[in-house]
Design a protein around this ligand. Structure first.
Ligand code: ADP
Ligand code: MG
Length: 234
């Protein structure tokens, strides 16, 4: 009986991963398709043609990276932790998400700290930030503000906060965050983004605090241990 339980758990994990990969890969594929469609126009200038082509290639690369991130995630012991620049990694995530934010008339403001390092795998941290920002944007379909900021404390923690002025969540919704397949977005959501977030932050020895008010907005506060520079010198 015990074995049977373990087996079905494994099957569930595999199908969750398959669902999240297809969910996350849909965006870059849609963007690529859009650029290829525009390339059909024969009157297009050479400069624009190159730009469209390069963007399509970049988006395909991004799709591949996302797939890799999920596959890395499936093997918890495979990753090698290194120092991650919080500012750089958040900026990379923002670069990817800006077109999506623009589409929903969401303005993104950032207040990041130079030289703030945490320990872990950059791609996983990146994924985690991306998933939270994406949810923030999706909570504001008619526009709003998303603010991402950083701070440090004397307890050697890095705090990253992501605030939106969106639809918010009820206490019951907050309590269930991170459960697989919990989504209020019908066919547009899979309810796997937050599960990935909680797993990654947990693995990085961090914690997440959620504050939300219905029709007002949500703040996600992530605490992570700062990278130990003394260790690096040994
Ligand atoms: P998905 O985005 O595919 O629905 P997630 O796991 O990313 O799945 O999120 C689960 C659910 O949590 C969302 O469907 C939404 O109801 C809620 N949620 C997450 N982030 C926010 C947010 N910033 N504002 C409001 N609701 C949110
Ligand atoms: Mg999501």
């Amino acid at each position: 009986l015990h074995n049977a339980v373990i087996k079905s758990d494994k099957i569930e994990v595999v199908s969750q991963l398959a669902a999240s990969v297809s969910h996350e890969v849909r965006n870059p594929l849609t963007v690529t398709r859009g650029f290829l469609q525009m390339l059909k126009d024969p009157s297009i200038e050479e400069e624009k043609r190159l730009y469209y082509l390069n963007t399509a290639i970049d988006e395909l690369d991004r799709a591949e990276t996302i797939i890799k991130d999920y596959l890395t995630f499936a093997k918890p012991q495979s990753g090698i932790a290194s120092s991650i620049s919080v500012k750089n990694e958040i900026e990379k995530a923002l670069e990817l998400i800006v077109p999506y934010a623009n589409h929903f008339s969401v303005s993104i403001k950032k207040d990041l700290i130079e030289g703030m390092y945490i320990s872990g795998e950059a791609s996983k941290f990146h994924q985690c930030i991306l998933n939270i920002i994406k949810n923030g944007i999706e909570a504001m379909p008619n526009g709003g503000d998303l603010v991402i900021s950083c701070s440090t404390t004397e307890t050697k923690q890095a705090t990253i906060s992501i605030k939106d002025t969106g639809c918010g969540m009820s206490q019951q919704q907050i309590a269930r965050l991170g459960e697989p397949y919990l989504s209020t977005k019908a066919e547009k959501g899979t309810g796997l983004g937050m599960m990935v977030v909680y797993n990654i932050i947990n693995e990085m020895n961090g914690s997440i605090e959620v504050k939300s008010k219905l029709e007002h907005g949500t703040i996600f506060k992530i605490d992570l241990p700062l990278y130990n520079t003394e260790k690096r010198e040994i």
